[in-house]
Design a protein around this ligand. Structure first.
Ligand SMILES: [Zn+2]
Length: 270
């Protein structure tokens, strides 16, 4: 557990009327405070008293999630994906007064593909785009971009695959017309995280879509690879139009399609 998770548990203990410092430490006082709550709960296995302090605090968070109506499975004090989901739901509940929407139930946008982008599959990609790193061309941008890792560098063009360039310009022209320069800067729609990069996928062995220069990253700092809908900036409602313009041209947001890598947009169908 990290400090902010422990602090969160301590705040919740205080809210339950238990005296404990919000110091982020898994100390004896915190253990005693958590035990005072756990001993009232029949959901725990008999052996819980022998658990480590960490495990007891995690069990307390699991009970809170269960009480809030989030299914985290059995109360075992172990921090796995269910507990992680339960914890982020509790944070959301604290910040917004309600649980996050069931994103799996959110209807997916219609699957349009007017440019006939190929499937994300190496033979299909090679047949359509050629070998990785070929057919590059410079695309003039409808509004200036800044390098996300060095915001002093302003770009008026960048290189991408020649078959995606015009579509890309159409999308960005619509973005500019819709949002205007001021909101573009505010929302980070000009923070360019890269297009062409002859590399393998992060955490994978196949070519990245960036190796064909058919993928773009935007605002990577606020849309990190492993962040989900609750954390990524691009999942917020003010970006709906941004995504609508890309999707109307058949581009795919991995965030919208798979709920990770929200920075990434590609001209290939996952
Ligand atoms: Zn990417």
């Amino acid at each position: 557990m990290n400090t902010s998770q422990v602090r969160f548990a301590q705040r919740k203990l205080q809210a339950h009327g238990v005296t404990v410092d919000e110091n982020g430490l898994l100390d004896e006082a915190t253990e005693r405070a958590v035990e005072s709550q756990l001993k009232r709960r029949p959901e725990l296995p008999a052996a819980w008293k022998e658990w480590s302090t960490t495990r007891k605090v995690v069990a307390f968070l699991q009970l809170l999630a269960t009480d809030a109506g989030v299914d985290v499975g059995s109360i075992d004090g172990l921090w796995g994906p269910n507990t992680d989901f339960g914890y982020s739901s509790l944070r959301h509940l604290d910040e917004h007064g309600q649980l996050p929407p069931n994103w799996r139930d959110i209807p997916q946008p219609p699957v349009t593909n007017p440019n006939h982008w190929p499937a994300e599959d190496e033979p299909a990609l090679r047949a359509f785009y050629g070998p990785v790193g070929t057919h590059l061309k410079r695309v003039q941008l409808p509004y200036p971009h800044k390098l996300s890792w060095d915001k002093n560098v302003v770009l008026n063009s960048f290189s991408c695959h020649e078959m995606v360039g015009e579509s890309l310009q159409r999308v960005l022209t619509q973005v500019f017309d819709h949002y205007g320069q001021e909101r573009i800067s505010k929302l980070g729609l000009d923070l360019f995280g890269g297009c062409f990069n002859k590399r393998k996928k992060r955490g994978g062995s196949s070519w990245s879509m960036h190796a064909w220069a058919i993928a773009l990253d935007y605002d990577p700092e606020r849309n990190r690879l492993h962040w989900n809908r609750n954390e990524a900036r691009f999942a917020r409602p003010e970006y709906d139009a941004w995504w609508r313009f890309w999707e109307a041209e058949g581009w795919v947001s991995l965030g919208r399609a798979r709920n990770f890598d929200w920075m990434h947009i590609q001209a290939a169908r996952p």
